[in-house]
Design a protein around this ligand. Structure first.
Ligand SMILES: *Cc1c(COP(=O)(O)O)cnc(C)c1O
Length: 421
């Protein structure tokens, strides 16, 4: 190859083979990327974006054209009536919580149909924690329909929806589970079932990790409200913080009243010079997501070649950018994460070790060498040191940098006698 990095011949051969078997998937990913890139550019053109949209506002931020136009572009791209894109959203959880508190009222019922939601949402709903001001503290009822054999249980969902249900809640990504992510076609089927049973029901989707993975978004197939983080897919690796909500105009307006105050809503919010990076992030997002998907497919193919269980399989249909690898023992998880870290642009000299992370019942080892702290559209890997010893990997700003990290991870495992090649 070259003199920058040294690889065992067996790793190089395995890598070439992984690229070969991933080729068909890469073709599909390119097709989706091109479609989504054109969708984004046409929204920029339709809204006449110019340098004046990057002008910074301070104070109340009244009449910030950049902020207002970005909301319009976002709505167009996501096939929604309205959107709320703000750097003030501190993370995905905050954005999702704003949407939930924005539209639910005391006595309303939220029904999760993808089993128990992502960990950080538990305190928001009130599944765990008390006296924190959760939805439960405010008298909002929560119920869930568990998954069946890791998939949506359409019969049970149909049976659970009646006039008492205000919101059907769907999590598109697998998060830190081994279940498959949802495809847009599956989300569409839930929407049809839900509206068929109760036309007034609000279908909300946690869209984290799902943006631009397919040609359509949940809002294109009837979802009323979606939300996500800008340091994942939708920020394209450029946005340094923030979140977005998109959907029906009346619901987005309620979310804006929750983010700021009743009455003020979207009219306030100084952008402090953040507009340019949010525009640029959306411009890059389809491409960056394509790179992350190629990285995931390649890693899956490479480690499948080494004989490991990988989910999704390299040739599976994907609804998010998350990849997990069953590395079988603690030593391999640690070697893998250390190898990933060693090829990162930032903090390459750090060697991750398992630690007792608050909120986890086992030690966790993590690799992250990102330009934006905690960004998971940049390549990152983490693994709880417990059975069945899976590592979760997501992101990759550029395919070639992620490929390098994966090869270094395999080399590290080989050096320690942990890899069968
Ligand atoms: C990342 C993520 C969230 C929100 O997490 P933050 O770390 O607060 O951004 C919620 N749901 C899913 C499925 C996620 O992947």
């Amino acid at each position: 190859m070259n003199s920058f990095f040294k690889f065992d011949k067996r790793i190089e051969t395995a890598s070439e083979k992984a690229l070969e078997i991933a080729e068909t998937q890469f073709g599909r990913i390119d097709e989706v990327t091109e479609y989504n890139q054109q969708k984004v550019i046409s929204a920029f053109i339709n809204n006449g974006v110019s340098e004046s949209h990057f002008v910074s506002t301070t104070g109340y931020g009244y009449g910030d054209r950049g902020r207002e136009t970005l909301d319009k572009i976002w709505a167009e791209v996501f096939g929604a009536e309205d959107a709320l894109v703000r750097h003030n959203f501190t993370c995905g959880t905050h954005t999702l919580a704003t949407a939930l508190f924005g539209v639910l009222r005391p006595g309303d019922k939220m029904l999760s149909v993808t089993g128990t939601p992502y960990d950080t949402i538990h305190n928001v709903i009130g599944i765990t924690g008390s006296e924190m001001g959760s939805l439960k503290d405010f008298g909002i009822v929560y119920d869930e329909v568990p998954l069946k054999d890791e998939r949506l249980d359409y019969e049970a969902i149909k049976a659970a929806i009646d006039d008492s249900v205000t919101m059907v809640y769907i999590q598109r990504s697998r998060g830190y589970e081994l279940r498959p992510s949802l495809l847009i076609s599956e989300i569409e089927r839930v929407v049809k079932i839900a509206k068929g049973k109760n036309p007034n029901v609000i279908v909300m989707v946690d869209n984290c990790y799902g943006e631009f993975v397919e040609k359509l978004e949940p809002t294109n197939v009837g979802a009323d409200l979606i939300a996500g983080s800008l340091i994942k897919n939708a920020g394209g690796g450029i946005a340094t913080t923030g979140g977005y909500i998109a959907g029906r105009h009346d619901l987005v307006e309620k979310c804006a009243y929750r983010l700021t105050t009743p009455g003020l809503g979207k009219e306030v919010g100084a952008t402090l010079g953040m507009n340019r990076e949010l525009y640029m992030g959306l411009f890059y997002a389809p491409h960056t997501v394509g790179e992350a998907l190629k990285s995931a497919v390649y890693i899956s193919a490479l480690f499948c070649g080494f004989g490991y269980k990988t989910t999704p399989a390299y040739d599976a249909e994907r609804g998010d950018i998350v990849q997990s690898l069953g590395l079988e023992n603690p030593e391999s998880l640690v070697a893998f994460c250390q190898g990933i870290q060693s090829g990162s642009p930032i903090d390459s000299f750090v060697s991750p070790e398992p630690w007792d992370m608050p909120g986890y019942d086992s030690k966790v080892v993590m690799a992250a060498g990102a330009f934006t702290m905690g960004s998971s559209i940049e390549l990152s890997a983490d693994a709880p040191i417990r059975r069945p010893y899976y590592a979760w990997i997501q992101g990759g700003l550029t395919f070639h940098s992620a490929k390098l990290c994966a090869m270094l991870a395999a080399q590290k495992m080989l050096d320690r006698g942990l890899l069968n090649v």
